[in-house]
Design a protein around this ligand. Sequence first.
Ligand code: PGA
Ligand code: MG
Length: 238
Amino acid sequence: MPDPTPNRDTSSWPKAVFFDLDGTLVDSVPDIHEALNETLASYGEPPFTLEAVTRMVGRGVPVLIERAYASLGKDIDPATRDKVVARFLSIYGPRAARLSTLNAGASETVRRLNEAGIAIGCVTNKPEAETREILAHFGLEDLMAVVVAGDAGPEKKPAPGLLLLAAERAGIDPGDVLFVGDSENDVAAARAAGMPILVLRGGYTALAAEDLGADAVVDRLDAIEPYFAALGPVGHGS
Ligand SMILES: O=C(O)COP(=O)(O)O
Ligand SMILES: [Mg+2]
């Protein structure tokens, strides 16, 4: 048992919890996999396995397409890539939540924190339209104080800009926000933004969860709350 820390007031920390989307709130890769293969087929290219696509997700759609073509051993110039991105989104957009499922504890955790007065955000490299479609499909969009997606303007994660924009829009100091993600991009973005970071095991990364450099690793999203006291303004960084 950890020592009790009676003088530490962490009851008001965090003021907000931001969640990554793909691989964190939602296991979204089945829909990405299907749409990517349909996109590639339309250009006469062969399909990838679900596992291969899982390793391509995490840096946004343009990088997904670049990684797919790199895996095919093909160079792709920026103009062609943008055309393929547009085709992918036209296929993926209308059915981004058909095969996807919520990760264990996602809905309950977002609801409970929201009821406790903690502002909830979603900060993802995925574009906003598809992000909102997925959140709405799972009944989470209305619970979000802020949604900042990959096309919001700032450089995508691992840069900190999307997280900082979300904090600004929520009117909350970045140090009062906990970020929950699944990959090295999330950890790097959170560190650069000055936010503590928890990582969910089993997300979209080739690395072991313990090696991502997060403040802690959780097996399920409903296991994050016990970490609040330790990661709060006093505990963080100690
Ligand atoms: O769109 C992606 O590549 C990944 O999105 P994420 O930031 O929600 O993991
Ligand atoms: Mg992710």
